[in-house]
Design a protein around this ligand. Sequence first.
Ligand SMILES: C[S@@+](CC[C@H](N)C(=O)[O-])C[C@H]1O[C@@H](n2cnc3c(N)ncnc32)[C@H](O)[C@@H]1O
Length: 279
Amino acid sequence: MSYLEKVYKIFFYTVFVRSGIAKSLPALIKCQYLNSSHKINNNKVNHYLFGMNFIEGWFTKEAAQIFLWIDYIQKKEGIVGNLFEIGAHHGRSSIMLALMTDPIKESLGLCDLFSKQECNISDSGKGDKKILLNNLSSYFDVINFIEVYEKPSKELTTQECKNRRFFHIDGGHSVDETYSDLVVAADSIVEGGVIAIDDFCNIFYPEVIEGVYKFLNNRKSLAPFALAFNKLFLCNPKKQSWYLERLCLPELKKYVTKGSLVSYEKQFLGYKVQVVGVG
Ligand SMILES: C[S@@+](CC[C@H](N)C(=O)[O-])C[C@H]1O[C@@H](n2cnc3c(N)ncnc32)[C@H](O)[C@@H]1O
């Protein structure tokens, strides 16, 4: 990133996001596209989607919108549980998960190496706890529903992760890290829970592809149901067709605002899956 780009980014982040000007913009431009029955703070979501690119990270608006769609389905169908993310970095995706969390009855767990970067064997990002907490605080008045774990994800315990309805994996990208993160996530999700794993389709991370295949070969506790915007979505095999039925294009278009959105049903690892992207 050039010096000028950095100055531009910091200026806009300070003026629009930290100052709160962006908070009122969605209301002004009436960007209320979410399903009206979605139990989520619409204004806060729009504020986030507007300002997310000012936070360093890789999470895209379209991926955030797919997360929102899953959150909507889970809340509508009464799937309850907490949320978790491995690989928080500066909070670009963590804030989306925090918005999905109902702070009254749910919690969000965030795991990252932060100061223990000597354990970052796959050179994947470089989390910073202070920046993360600052970014979270600029979106939420209280963040006591968020638990932060500063350690390699391999050291997470069952107790720390249990009972999750949504689990985002975006930490270390080696074969072993991918495999062990999937083991933790698979053991932690509730029956209707969903795991989203990043970079499954990214050719620069063949290790993630290998880790996922290794896991799906060895353990039959997860089934894929969607591939969308660089994420693979998995759930309990009993719920696979249930999620697939709900992931239909007209419904999805209410959430993902990209104009040229396309979706195809494909056969993948013995399952029908929805592949969603831009045509
Ligand atoms: C690709 S970044 C995450 C990006 C973030 N989810 C986003 O979309 O903006 C990966 C993060 O995982 C952390 N990380 C790398 N290896 C890890 C490990 N073994 N356990 C926990 N965190 C790890 C890094 O410190 C980094 O912050």
